[in-house]
Design a protein around this ligand. Structure first.
Ligand code: VTB
Length: 327
């Protein structure tokens, strides 16, 4: 019998380990500047470190979700080619420092995040807002819906879980634009975990409600973050629905420019991220999902989660980076 070749479809298995170096490196660079009050410097350090590590990989990578357009972001801009220029073609979504503000204040849950996907399988989302609703795995498809009233979504979820609405917790970004949503969720009787930033983690938390205490993610956050969160859900299970949310004519023009014809389209999980996907996140500051970077004499410790859609493998990697490393 022919030997099974694990590399014949999807992404190379080797990348599942290599990808951890990419987020570890970005997280360490950002963590050196945590609590310094300088969001731009921490973000730049993460971008530089992530780009350096991506360029070491044996891939023909292309940034599809990045730091911005070429004219506004000199590094990891959309369309930039990374990697050594040989090997598989990989579409890459990056958020070198998810939660720049929380990192600047040394608050919990800042992450370095990246996703690798087969070419053409991530939504090329513009850098505008996106409405999102997400729940964990094990529920009937379509249980919650962006167009349903918050009360109806919460009661459907509570019923499916076999608990009263009062035992459901929704995660929502603490923003003035969510005033009505927050009011409606509270009126329905559910609890709200308000977060300052970091809706990638907010969505991922729904996949493990028993531990995180978060049953549902609701609200408007960044569209790039929506694609990255979907990449993670493809690996760990769960549902997400999303829709672009333009706040200005400039946003609408940007959507048209990148070839999206129907701005009101409701995206499913598979529309946001399909095929084989690898997702990695390293904690910059400690949070409910990952421990942050810890600097000790002689060694720096990181904690990373790496997930793969094809096999649904989830690896938790604790790394000690010795002092002698070439970084
Ligand atoms: C969210 C949040 C991110 O952007 O996506 C948010 O999760 C959306 O933008 O951490 P606003 O801050 O304008 O609400 C981030 O804060 C990253 O910038």
């Amino acid at each position: 019998m022919a030997k099974k070749n694990n590399n014949d479809t999807g992404l190379s298995r080797m990348l599942a380990l290599e990808i951890a170096r990419v987020t570890e490196s970005a997280a360490i660079a950002a963590a050196r500047l945590r609590g310094c009050g300088d969001e731009v410097a921490a973000d730049q350090a993460a971008v530089d470190a992530m780009r350096k590590e991506l360029n070491r990989l044996p891939i023909r990578g292309r940034i599809v979700i990045g730091e911005g357009e070429r004219d506004e972001a000199p590094m990891l801009y959309i369309g930039e080619e990374v990697g050594q220029g040989e090997g598989p073609e990989v579409d890459i979504a990056v958020d070198p420092l998810e939660g720049t503000t929380i990192c600047a204040k040394a608050e919990p849950n800042a992450l370095a995040v990246v996703a690798f996907a087969e070419k053409g399988s991530l939504l090329y989302a513009p850098d505008i807002y996106m409405e999102k609703i997400a729940i964990g795995p094990g529920f009937q498809p379509g249980l919650v819906d962006l167009d349903a009233a918050p009360k109806d979504n919460l009661s459907a979820l509570a019923k499916a879980k076999g608990v009263p609405i009062e035992e459901i917790t929704a995660c929502i970004l603490d923003r003035p634009r969510h005033a009505k949503l927050i009011e409606n969720v509270r009126k329905a009787g559910a609890a709200i975990r308000l977060i300052g930033d970091g809706d990638i983690a907010g969505v991922i938390h729904t996949a493990n409600a028993d531990e995180t205490g978060i049953d549902i993610y609701m609200g408007i956050g960044g569209a790039p973050e929506g694609v990255l969160a979907a990449a993670a859900l493809r690996c760990i299970g769960g549902q997400i629905q999303a829709r672009l949310h333009a706040m200005s004519d400039q946003h609408r023009a940007r959507v048209a420019e990148i070839g999206i014809e129907d701005i009101d389209r409701k995206y499913t999980l598979e529309d946001l991220a399909s095929g084989d996907v690898l997702f990695a996140a390293t904690g910059v500051t400690s949070g409910s999902m990952l421990q942050g970077v810890r600097f000790r004499a002689g060694a720096t410790r990181t904690e990373t989660v790496v997930m793969r859609a094809k096999t649904r493998t989830v690896r938790w990697i604790k790394t000690e980076h010795g002092a002698g490393q070439d970084r």
